[in-house]
Each structure stands twice: as C-alpha cells, then as structure tokens.
Design a protein. Structure first.
Length: 213
C-alpha cells in the first residue's frame, strides 16, 4: 500500500483511538479510580489505534475484507480497554464484533464471487469456539465464556485468511498471556491466584496473526 493510501487509514485509526476511552467507560461496570485527562493519555490511545489500523492496512491492502478487519479492530480496542479495567468482555460489544465480521465477510465474499474464504471464516469460528470451550471446562481453568465468545468471533477473520493464520491466532494469544503472567509472577506484581484479563492477548494475538498471514 502506498503512503498516500495509508494516510487516511492511519488518521481514521487515530480518530478511533480518541473515542475508545469514552466508549469503554460506557461498558465498564467496576469502579475505576478517577484519572485526570491528559494529552499524553489521549495521544497514547490514538497512537495505538493508528498503529493497529496501519498494520492491518499494510498487511491486507489487497483484500476486499480490509474494512471488516478495521471494523473488528475498532471494537476490539474498546473490548481490550474494558477487559483491562474490569475483567469483563461485554456481550453487546462481542456481538457487535461478530455481526460486523460475519456480515462484512459475507458481503466481501459476494463482491469477490469467492465462497471459499467465507466457508473458511465459518470453519475458523467453529474451531476457535470449540477449542476454547474445551479449555474453559478443564479443571482449574480460568478461561471465562466471554473469552470463548470473543475467540469464536476472532476465528471469523482468521479463518478467512486460511488455516495457518487460524492456528497462529489460536496459539499465540496463550503464549503472550502465559509469558506476561510468568513475568508478573517473577516480578512479584501478582500472585498465583490473581485473575488477569485474557481478552487483550486474544486480540493482540489475532492482530499479529493477520500481519504475518
């Protein structure tokens, strides 16, 4: 993708990043310690979203489903912020991501007259959902069913990209989460029974899987 074509996507990502904190507060149920609004915080949110959008645009610039990936990423940024704040993945947001993904990928398949990627997306959602259900019911598992539903939703765009992207998108989040947990334990920042959000790792792993697809 040319630099000229990339600029609007980056600007759109930055705008999304500016509204993410406000939207996240609408879905945050646990009380959060008030923090003074600062230009640095707004800049960080905007920069993160711009980087997420830019990565997707560069990786999928020739994919008719690029707008779908961007839309899911926008909702994902809100989900990640809510999960970090209160260990919760609100059903309305997960449902919105799922509707955007399924509806958008269906439209992209119709426009391109290619059914195979859409079938792959549906298979990806099924595989991701079943795999995480099995993980959730394991003895001692801390995987919540909000995580299961999000994993199934993310399986749609990952399955659209094919088997390799789906496998990476399924495995990488747990490696990222496990590495973070081990690091925090070693630093004494958490205990073995401390609950940590998995949603951000699921989203980050899916994003990285798309970048390498």
């Amino acid at each position: 993708m040319s630099a000229t074509a990339l600029v609007p996507v980056v600007l759109l990502g930055a705008l999304v990043g500016l509204v993410v904190p406000r939207l996240a507060r609408c879905f945050t149920t646990a009380p959060i310690r008030p923090r003074p609004r600062s230009a640095a915080g707004a800049w960080l949110s905007a920069s993160l979203a711009a980087a997420v959008f830019a990565g997707l645009a560069v990786a999928r610039h020739d994919d008719p489903a690029l707008p779908v990936f961007l839309a899911v990423a926008a909702v994902g940024l809100v989900l990640a912020r809510v999960d970090l704040a209160c260990l919760r993945l609100p059903d309305p947001l997960v449902l919105a991501a799922g509707v955007l993904a399924l509806g958008g990928l269906t439209a992209a398949a119709m426009l391109s007259s290619e059914v195979a990627p859409l079938l792959g997306a549906l298979a990806g959602a099924a595989v991701a959902g079943v795999a995480h259900v099995l993980l959730a019911v394991l003895p001692g598992s801390r995987l919540g069913f909000g995580d299961v539903k999000l994993a199934a939703v993310l399986g749609l765009p990952l399955g659209w990209l094919g088997r390799d992207a789906l496998i990476v998108g399924l495995v990488l989040p747990h490696l990222l989460h496990g590495g973070l947990v081990l690091g925090l334990l070693a630093a004494g920042r958490v205990r073995r029974d401390t609950l940590l959000p998995l949603g951000p790792a699921l989203l980050a792993g899916a994003w990285l899987a798309v970048l390498q697809a």
